[in-house]
Design a binder for this molecule. Structure first.
Ligand code: ADP
Length: 660
């Protein structure tokens, strides 16, 4: 019962009212200098010392206030020598830095002239002496000078009020001596952690022992260092409550120093467990949100209403190539300036951003073209907290790949449509071209049949004309067949050496102008240019170029075939003064089915396959074919073939042949 009262009052040693009259405060001691051999438990509690401490050699000297020590020693000595009794009052040091005013009745048990006898001390606590902070107060001095009942009551009341006050504080108010041993702990300690307060003070390492294992090393070390440096400090750590709970405490500590050394530590421990949990939960939520933000494929950038950056994710930094250096002190203005250097249309970009900042309610979607070719989609919308707009969220998505794929799809679609159109054109042209020779052929054959039936002679010209149409038909069919062979990679070529001039001369000699308006010219070098190739196919190229030259020169003119040597190449050219080729059409001339838009005015049909076949044949002989032309002024088709032997001529070709 007495224990409970003491711990609740927090006044074990200093509240005389709490000392039960049934618990005698006694000690047994002797010798000079004086030494205690036994101390009653109630006196031990009242003083707050252990029996071992009390039995120490110099305990009495340490217990008694230095100013009272002589009087106490004098009384002690007298009782031992005389064997009588005497009472003495003095101030004694109790735990928690308090002074206790004691009245002791000393009675000799065994006297001795040399002071070696024994005596018994009956102790009475008169009043609690003033706390160290009050030691100099008038009230305290009055107590020390001569305690009176009123002063004692006053001090007791004061002490109680003080304790009540500390107990109402929502935290553990505590003090320790310089070795961290508690000298005072408020009642909150018991409420928060469950241990009775006297345990805090009795167990020398109470604090360290009840720290969470993870805090057991750093927290005492931290406090010790701060205490040694006489520095006030704050720290947060965990203690294990009596029921095993982990309690987070924020400890705010003041160090009372004396002569540059810590004398006492005082502080308050506040339970921050809930706060800690809430903070951990918040931190967890924030890191979850950040992880979510970082795992999105969009680059997100958030600014508040004053255009300060409040959030962004890694993808945003990636998209805008923002370095760590830049991130140190960026704001939306700096970001905007930086972004302008990367976009294709900076002025437009800036205006759009500023307009959206000005219209805080507005949402938007647009496309941003970057200088490096990337295309970003940008969404921007106000950031709301409830009904209030607190900022603006910008999100960017790299759609370059999608856009490219889309463009590629469109290109392929266009190509497919073009191919279908070309095929349809071809079908109508091909059927027309194939049908054209059939009509005259049929007519000539009908005339011949009529003549045969009527027994008349066959005019040779009908036979010749019919044959010419057959030749034309077979030419068309051969072109179609060659084209499909080229497409299938099955156009076979022979590779035999031959003098080029033999071939060109032969083809030229067989060639007949179709109209009297055409003049044919031929020129070759003296040197024989030997090439390797397929005679028939190369003749086909020459015939096609010469036929085209005549076909597309409807008003006549000179057709010139020349053979030259340029370096290691033989250069063959066919020049006419015909309709020429529009410059925008020249690039497509050697494509399959292509006919320049001015071709029909020549009045000759065609499938647009001849040049396509020529290019394949020439290139497969290691040469190149191209055209030089001017619309309305004629054309020169040239092709090269590698010459087999002999050194190259001194002079190089006038210009590198352009690609077909
Ligand atoms: P085709 O003559 O049967 O149409 P080609 O492949 O031989 O097919 O020629 C393709 C196109 O090139 C012709 O339709 C014509 O537009 C153009 N072309 C060819 N040779 C000449 C030339 N000498 N002068 C003008 N245009 C030409």
């Amino acid at each position: 019962m007495a224990d409970t009262q003491w711990s609740e009052a927090g006044l074990e040693a200093t509240d005389p009212a709490s000392v039960s009259p049934d618990s005698p405060l006694l000690w047994l001691g002797g010798g000079l200098p004086p030494r205690l051999r036994w101390v009653s438990p109630s006196l031990l509690r009242a003083l707050g010392h252990t029996l071992e401490e009390c039995r120490a050699r110099d305990f009495v000297q340490r217990l008694v206030h230095s100013e009272d020590l002589d009087r106490v020693l004098e009384a002690w000595r007298r009782v031992l020598r005389t064997g009588g009794s005497c009472s003495v009052e003095f101030r004694a040091g109790a735990t928690r830095g308090r002074l206790v005013h004691l009245s002791v009745e000393l009675s000799a048990v065994e006297s001795s002239a040399d002071g070696g006898g024994e005596l018994i001390g009956t102790v009475r606590v008169l009043v609690p002496a003033a706390r160290p902070v009050l030691q100099q107060s008038t009230t305290a001095r009055a107590v020390l000078e001569g305690p009176s009942e009123e002063v004692a009551q006053e001090l007791t009341r004061f002490d109680r009020e003080h304790v009540e006050l500390t107990d109402t504080v929502d935290g553990i108010v505590w003090s320790t001596d310089a070795s961290f041993r508690f000298t005072f702990v408020s009642k909150q300690a018991e409420r928060l952690l469950g241990y009775p307060t006297h345990k805090w003070m009795q167990e020398p390492d109470f604090w360290v022992k009840h720290l969470h294992p993870e805090d057991q090393e750093w927290a005492p070390a931290f406090c010790m260092k701060a205490a040694m440096e006489c520095r006030p400090h704050e720290l947060e750590y965990r203690m294990i409550a009596e029921d095993g709970r982990v309690v987070w405490l924020r400890d705010i500590v003041t160090v009372i120093a004396e002569d540059g050394a810590p004398r006492e530590l005082r502080g308050i421990m506040v339970d921050v467990t809930e706060h800690r949990r809430a903070r951990e939960h918040l931190e967890h939520m924030v890191s979850l949100l950040r992880a979510t933000l970082d795992s999105t494929t969009d680059g997100v950038f958030v600014v508040d209403r004053r255009r300060r950056v409040t959030a962004y994710n890694g993808r945003f930094l990636e998209l805008w190539r923002i370095s760590d250096e830049f991130r140190k002190d960026w704001d939306s203005e700096k970001m905007l300036t930086y972004a302008l250097t990367q976009v294709r249309h900076p002025e437009q970009f800036r205006e759009r951003i500023l307009a959206l900042y000005a219209a805080s309610e507005q949402e938007s979607f647009d496309i941003v073209e970057m200088l490096d070719g990337r295309i970003l989609e940008r969404y921007s919308r106000p950031q709301r907290l409830g009904d209030t707009i607190v900022g603006r969220v910008w999100s960017y998505r790299d759609v370059t790949a999608e856009r490219r794929a889309q463009a590629e799809r469109e290109r392929l679609l266009h190509e497919a449509e073009e191919a279908i159109r070309v095929r349809d054109d071809f079908l109508s042209i091909a059927s027309h071209e194939l049908k054209t020779p059939l009509t005259p052929l049929k007519l000539h054959l009908q005339v011949l049949r009529q003549r045969a039936v009527s027994g008349q002679p066959f005019p040779l010209q009908h036979v010749e004309k019919a044959l010419a149409q057959v030749v034309r038909l077979s030419g068309l069919i051969n072109d179609l067949l060659d084209t499909s062979r080229i497409q299938a990679g099955r156009l076979e070529l022979k590779h035999e050496p031959m003098p080029l001039q033999h071939l060109t001369r032969e083809v030229f000699a067989d060639f007949r102008p179709v109209s009297p308006h055409h003049t044919l010219e031929y020129e070759e070098p003296d040197e024989t240019l030997t090439i390797q190739g397929d005679r028939g196919r190369l003749a086909q190229v020459l015939v096609n170029l010469l036929e085209n030259a005549i076909k597309y020169s409807p008003t006549g003119g000179t057709i010139r075939l020349t053979v030259e040597r340029y370096g290691a190449q033989a250069l063959v050219s066919v020049t006419d003064r015909g309709i020429g080729i529009p410059s925008d059409q020249m690039a497509h001339l050697f494509e399959r089915f292509f006919r320049a838009r001015n071709a029909p005015i020549s009045g000759f049909g065609g499938l647009g396959l001849g040049l396509y076949i020529c290019r394949d044949i020439v290139e497969r002989h290691g040469g190149r074919i191209w055209v030089e032309s001017e619309a309305g002024a004629g054309s020169t088709f040239r092709f090269t073939l590698p010459v087999m032997e002999g050194a190259a001529d001194a002079h190089a070709p006038p210009a590198a042949p352009p690609g077909p």
